[in-house]
Structure formats: C-alpha cells, structure tokens
Design a protein around this ligand. Structure first.
Ligand code: PEP
Ligand code: MN
Length: 343
C-alpha cells in the first residue's frame, strides 16, 4: 500500500501506553505500529527502553489490533528476543547501520533463526535506517548484508545525517544520499522518518509532504498519546490527532516523471537553507567583532580591510566563473548588513 505509514511512540513505556497508542494508530489507518524497546542513547543515564517485558505488550497490541508491531534491534540477542515474542518487523537504527560488524551480526542471527525454522524469510520485514554520516555506500552495504538471509521485504528509511553543517533540522536531509541509494537499488522502497530528521513537530508535516512529492513510498513517524510526557524524543512526537491531519493532507504523486525536477529543486532549497544559516553565522561573528571594536575604541568601518576582502572574493569569483558584478553586489550587501550588526 502506498504510502506505507508506520507510526507509534519513540519508545514503549508502559503496557497502557502501548495498547492505547496502538489502538489509536489502528484507528488512524496506520499499516505498522512502531515502538522502541531498546533505545540507543547518546549519554548513559537517559531512558534506555523497558527491554524484553515491553515485547509482551507489543505482541499483545498486534494481536488485538491486527496491525504488525515493529521494534529496533541492535544485537543478535535483540533479534532472538523480538522473534521469540512474535515481532516480525524489525528496524536497524542509524547508529547500528553505521557499524558493519553489528549489521553482520544481526544478519547472521537472522540467518540462524531462519535455519532453525523459528521464522521464515517471507514473514519478515526489515527497515534499514540510513547511517549517521551521509554515506550511501555504507547504507547500501547494510541492506546487502541483511538481504543475504533471504528476506525480501526490506525498506530503506531516510532519517537524515549529521553533517557538521548548520541546518534547521536535527538531522540534515542531504537528499542526494537517498537519491544515490535509489539509483543503485531501485527495487528497495524508500521511506522518510520525518520525526528524527526534523527533531521538532513543527517541521514534520512539511517534510512528510516533501517526501510524497519526491516519490517516497511511505513514512515512519513518531506519535505519542501525550508527547509532553514522553520518556524520550519529546519535541518530535506528534499527537494521534496531528498524525490524522498529516495523513489526510498527504498528496500522493503517482506521476514519477517529474521526480528529477523535484530532486533538483529540493537540493536547491537545501542549499539555500545552508546558505542563509551561514549568512546568519557571519552576522553573529560581526556582532562579536563590533563588541571587540567598541571595547578597544576601534572604528567600525575599516576601508583597507574591506577592500582586501572584496579583492580576494573577486579573484576567487573570476577563477570559478562567477560574474564580477554580481559578486560585488553580494559582497556589498553582506558588508552593509555586517556593519549594521556591528553597530
Ligand atoms: C528511533 O527510530 O527511535 C531511532 C532511535 O531512530 P534513529 O536510529 O533513526 O536515530
Ligand atoms: Mn525516537
């Protein structure tokens, strides 16, 4: 079914919470119910998930609602426990995809369980999140390792990257990476996880709409019945009502012929996002320079310094085929705004 909607809380917290949310997700028409049982956390001491007990709740939820439950696995032990409790949809988190040793151990554990006939490959669905860094080959490699055991239903989940560049998102989209993966593995359907990408609820609907425009096959979204009381990822979880609104606003683009243009426009918008974040960063530095000059009784406008900056920029522009006059205008505008921030 397109779009495939996977939704549920970041983490399974209590039996009540799991069952309540699963019922609401079934009502909303969600295809797969998600809830993390083991949570990879940046710092020790944060909520690391309930563990095995929560698998009982997930199993209860899937029996009651009829929609399959999914959870994250990061070790062979997680695989064995999840399968023991009849969970058949497993996701590999971004931090795990990053490590080929772990991915191989998970693939081997799956192969063992299949060999022992605990589960058949046809029953399994695997969701492979992108690695933390923008590396399409590492992502592809993880999918290849997991595919070895014979599982046919594998989705790639784009949740964004840590790039070290300024971005309004928790994880930068860097759309060129999933596009590269799609070119290499056209048979692997692609989902967007707008929750971990955005990091805040306000940006989730827009990213979801963008994914549909780009021809993504579905979404994996975090939903909590009471986001402000969630035990993890509070800022990014939608309420069940917000999910319903989001789903009813999704416009499916069946015509994939325009994907090329949308891809390029998306890359353009993303470049502009970065460009303006950098301009803001430049102004903030100017402000600090302004404070320094005030303290040391220096004039704001220093002609020689500006002439040198402009000359360097124009030399660089000529070498790179940018028009002199346009570059001069951009520099003048930047300089003017910088002076204002210094003052
Ligand atoms: C999650 O989906 O809850 C999760 C931890 O995601 P990621 O691996 O993308 O950070
Ligand atoms: Mn989360």
């Amino acid at each position: 079914m397109r779009p495939l909607i996977i939704a549920g809380p970041c983490a399974a917290e209590t039996r009540e919470q799991v069952l309540t949310t699963a019922r609401l997700m079934a009502d909303a028409g969600v295809s797969i119910f998600r809830a993390g049982v083991w949570k990879p956390r940046t710092e020790p001491g944060a909520f690391e998930g309930v563990g095995e007990e929560a698998l009982l709740w997930l199993d209860e939820a899937q029996s009651e609602t009829g929609i399959p439950a999914a959870t994250e696995v990061a070790t062979p032990e997680h695989v064995r426990l999840a399968l023991k409790h009849h969970i058949r949809t497993l996701w590999i988190g971004a931090r795990t995809t990053t490590n080929p040793f772990l991915v191989q151990q998970i693939a081997d554990a799956l192969a063992e369980e299949i060999k022992a006939k605990t589960v058949s490959p046809a029953e399994l669905t695997l969701l492979v999140k992108n690695p933390v860094s923008p590396d399409a080959r590492l992502w592809k490699g993880a999918i290849e390792r997991l595919r070895e055991c014979g599982v046919k239903t594998i989705y790639a989940v784009h949740r964004g990257f840590q790039t070290g560049q300024p971005t309004p998102y928790r994880n930068a989209p860097t759309w060129s990476v999933p596009f590269a993966l799609r070119l290499e593995m056209p048979d692997i359907p692609l989902l967007l996880d707008p929750s971990h990408m955005a990091g805040k609820t306000e940006l989730v609907p827009d990213l979801s709409a963008q994914a549909m425009s780009l021809g993504y096959d579905g979404l994996m979204i975090e939903v909590h019945h009471s986001p402000s009381n969630a035990w993890s990822d509070r800022e990014q979880q939608l309420t069940p009502d917000e999910l319903k609104t989001l789903m009813s606003n999704l416009v499916l683009r069946e015509d994939k012929t325009d994907t090329g243009l949308s891809n390029l426009r998306r890359q353009l918008d993303e470049t502009d996002d970065t460009l303006f974040m950098l301009i803001l960063q430049r102004m903030q530095i100017s402000k600090q320079i302004g404070a320094y000059k005030r303290e040391h009784n220096l004039p704001v406008l220093q002609e020689k310094r500006y002439a040198k900056i402009l000359k360097n920029r124009l030399d660089w522009a000529r070498k790179n085929g940018l028009d002199d006059e346009v570059v001069q205008r951009i520099m003048e505008a930047l300089h003017e705004e910088s002076c204002r921030w210094q003052l």
